[in-house]
Design a protein around this ligand. Structure first.
Ligand code: HAM
Length: 415
């Protein structure tokens, strides 16, 4: 037997239902917020991720799926969505109108070679949002609110953990202070952090291994190193979030695992302390990838982590199939009519299922019940010859005969 690769999952059963439900909610949200869908390739040139996510990051050093295609090109399965969207923005010159914000969203699979564990897969799905061409913290608030409101609307109570990484200058000063503080004690941290001290000191604050180390108790705080402009930008964001009733907390440990961020960054943390999403501003990435200087902000949510949360809380009854009509048939003539009537109902937005396995009446009733059918159409040749349809309310068990021409209106009026 051939089995699925480690860290991947077949999405089926309840998970598939929850994915469908989530996709539907996302589409509706994005219509109301007036964001446009973008789909970029699942593989891109490896260089794109090296230059955006960053050479020294865990994602690029340990987690990418890299391969050469038959034309000897270096390609990588996308570990995240932002880089591809920025590449596409530049390549397609989407920034044509300088005055307009470009508001995009995506929903697709990403790939990271991580050690599989709960909430950490090698193939996973991100819903993400990226907004280009506005440097106003009001847009940061709008973007944060999309993730927050979406999660609240599906019953997941999240806190937005907020931080400011400041501008390049603030970050440089802070990094110097951090290195000075950590250097004498670096031997007490994990080997990765010992390397990070040279390559990417900020990332030490985000280390999953050392997160409870005593060393961090008196670590310098980034807030003390922010420029006036960064401080003002952060304060404005907090003000806007309060106006939008968004539950946020300041968390100076949040540095994010990708190199392109500056200024405001955040993570969405659920009631079980699982980080279900994160994002931030990245005002230099478009330029660094060869485009014009265009400010940007965005976030991504991990759908599998959201589904993990939903599965703990949702009433499974809610996820059961709920059809409107089950059509029963016994002989060939009834079967042909069932097929014809089912098509008519389905084309009129009535969720319909038919007997498709030549089952006995008893088995068909059982299936109708298991599908929670509201109505059962019990076909018989005698009624059909008179143009009548026998329909049974599967809750009250009442049966009536209806003219076939009236069946759609009758069902729509009664479901
Ligand atoms: P990220 O924090 O690396 O950000 O990922 C966002 C979310 O994707 C995580 O919070 C998590 O829910 C989910 N995720 C990440 N890795 C895995 C995994 N191995 N298994 C399951 N879920 C996972 C980004 O990717 C940025 N591109 C977000 C962004 C967009 N920033 C600006 N725009």
């Amino acid at each position: 037997m051939i089995i699925k690769p480690k860290g991947t999952y077949d999405i089926l059963g309840i998970d598939a239902k929850l994915h469908t439900y989530l996709n539907h909610e996302i589409e509706n949200f994005m219509i109301n917020y007036d964001y446009e869908l973008i789909r970029t390739p699942i593989f891109e040139s490896s260089e794109l991720f090296h230059r955006s996510v960053g050479e020294g990051t865990d994602i690029v050093t340990k987690e990418t799926y890299d391969f050469k295609d038959r034309g000897d090109r270096n390609l990588t399965l996308r570990p995240e969505g932002t880089a591809g969207v920025v590449r596409s923005l530049i390549e397609n010159k989407l920034y044509g109108n300088k005055n307009d914000c470009i508001k995009l969203y995506y929903n697709g699979t990403m790939y990271r070679y991580e050690r599989p564990q709960s909430g950490r897969n090698r193939e996973f799905t991100q819903f993400g949002v990226e907004v280009f061409n506005s440097n106003d913290p009001m847009i940061d608030a709008e973007v944060i609110s999309i993730g927050y409101n979406l999660l609240q609307s599906i019953g997941i109570d999240v806190t937005v953990n907020l931080n400011s990484l400041g501008d390049l200058e603030s970050r440089k000063k802070y990094t110097e202070a951090l290195v000075k503080y950590l250097e004498p004690n670096i031997g007490k941290l994990c080997p990765d952090c010992q390397n990070r001290l040279k390559t990417n000191p900020l990332r030490i604050l985000d280390c999953k291994v050392d997160k409870d180390s005593e060393i961090f108790k008196n670590v310098p705080k980034i807030s003390a190193y922010l420029s006036d402009e960064s401080k003002q930008r952060f304060n404005k964001l907090k003000q806007y979030l309060s106006i939008l009733d968004i539950n946020y907390e300041i968390d100076e440990q949040i540095v994010r695992g990708l190199d392109y961020y500056d200024e405001n960054v955040w993570e969405y943390t659920d009631e079980n302390n699982i980080v279900v999403g994160g994002g931030g501003r990245y005002n230099h990435l478009v330029e660094n990838l060869g485009g014009p200087s265009i400010p940007a902000v965005g976030f991504a949510l991990g759908l599998e982590r959201i589904i993990m949360n939903l599965k703990n809380n949702i009433d499974e009854e809610q996820l059961k199939n709920n059809i409107d009509v089950y059509i029963m048939s016994i002989n060939e003539e009834e079967k042909i009519n069932a097929l014809r009537i089912a098509q008519n109902l389905r084309l009129n937005n009535i969720i319909t299922e038919i007997n498709s396995n030549n089952l006995s009446m008893k088995s068909q009733f059982k299936i109708a019940d298991s599908l929670n059918a509201k109505f059962i159409i019990i076909l018989n040749n005698e009624d059909l010859n008179k143009g009548l349809i026998n329909i049974k309310d599967n809750v009250t068990k009442e049966e009536i005969k209806i003219d076939e021409g009236d069946i759609v209106d009758w069902i729509l009026g009664n479901i």
